[in-house]
Design a protein around this ligand. Structure first.
Ligand code: FMN
Length: 324
């Protein structure tokens, strides 16, 4: 994946956001690699093997399935099951999630408090499966134990094929700024490819991150919300080719409709689709006149067909004609 494209662009794993329909949309607009949102290894091993968030379409490849957990044996069982039953392109281990529920069970960023455990988890999974194993880390558990280079070296030693650094500590959650100098230091000290992550919101940011850190790839999360076009913008900016036109209101409507169709195909149920897609629908209206009003309306609607009607009317009015 690193020799095919210069500085591949990754759609970041995001709970409740990066389900198959959105991943497919982002792939179409230039994301080179996508990941599933994280899934608890424990849940997989307890028989919840129908976890929908792990399912993907062939057009999403290359795709990584992300798991979290703190017990090496359970992580091995989950990774083995995923390899045999879903066969993604790689398995990514999450050592970055700051959420209380995940941390309470010692998963995600909580593992960063015990680097021997981190190493054991990676080594065990690497030995058990033939798919590449990758990791996503934060810079540390808290400010006093912040040591991205030390953590990254342990991950590399344990057999990670590449590593993503979200350059914030767990205690920062999403506050402050991601420290790109830390990404640069990790790049300098590691032999495996390092993916930079944190605060890339435009093509210009992507170029700046590449220049400042020399990272092998760039991962984007929040910058993709309502803006899957960020990937083609970042690609053009990185390659020095002419920047694509900014998406028009019509582009937004067409993409939103395609997203709904993918989501219906994926969920096979209108009410459930509506629950999962509502945030995306709101994000697509951001930055458009009267968007706030339509978002307020969408938040009170439970029926997908009513939401679709409202959005059609909203976009038609903005275009002064039918968006179709
Ligand atoms: C809604 C949301 C859900 C997330 N879920 C995950 C997840 O499942 N796994 C993971 O490794 N990181 C998760 N993250 C963190 C992102 O992958 C990323 O590291 C972080 O948002 C920083 O990147 P950004 O500045 O481009 O948003 C999540 C972030 C957000 C905003």
């Amino acid at each position: 994946m690193f020799h095919k494209v210069n500085t591949p662009l990754f759609l970041a794993p995001q709970v409740g956001v990066t389900e198959s329909p959105f991943r497919r949309i982002c792939r179409k607009f230039g994301a080179d690699v996508v990941l599933t949102e994280f899934v608890s290894a424990d849940r997989i091993c307890r028989g919840h093997r129908d976890i929908r968030t792990l399912k993907f379409n062939e057009d999403e490849r290359p795709i990584g399935a992300q798991i979290f957990g703190s017990d090496p044996k359970i992580m091995v069982e989950a990774a083995t099951w995923i390899e045999h039953n879903l066969s993604p392109d790689f398995i990514d281990i999450n050592f970055g999630c700051p959420s209380k529920t995940v941390v309470k069970s010692n998963g995600g960023s909580a593992c960063l408090r015990d680097l021997t455990l981190v190493e054991n988890i990676i080594k065990s999974v690497v030995q058990a499966i033939s798919l590449p194993v990758t990791v996503k880390i934060r810079s540390g558990w808290d400010e006093s134990s912040r040591d991205p280079v030390g953590i990254a070296l342990r991950c590399q030693e344990a057999g990670a094929k590449f590593l993503t650094l979200h350059a914030r500590s767990r205690s920062q959650r999403f506050g402050g700024k991601a420290d790109w100098d830390e990404i640069a230091k990790v790049v300098e000290n590691l032999e495996i490819p390092v993916i930079g992550n944190g605060d890339v919101k435009s093509g210009e940011d992507a170029v700046k991150m590449k220049r400042d850190t020399n990272c092998a790839g760039i991962m984007i999360a929040r910058g993709s919300h309502g803006n899957p076009w960020i990937f083609r913008e970042a690609r053009a900016a990185l390659d020095g080719t002419p920047l694509p036109l900014i998406p028009t209101v019509k582009d937004k409507y067409d993409t939103l409709e395609k997203h709904i169709n993918y989501a219906l195909e994926f969920r096979e149920d209108e009410a459930i689709t509506m629950r999962h897609i509502k945030k995306h629908l709101c994000w697509y209206t951001a930055g458009i006149r009267n968007g706030k009003r339509v978002r307020e309306e969408l938040n009170t609607i439970h029926s997908l067909s009513t939401a679709r009607e409202k959005l059609k009317y909203f976009f038609e009015r903005e275009l002064g004609s039918s968006p179709k």
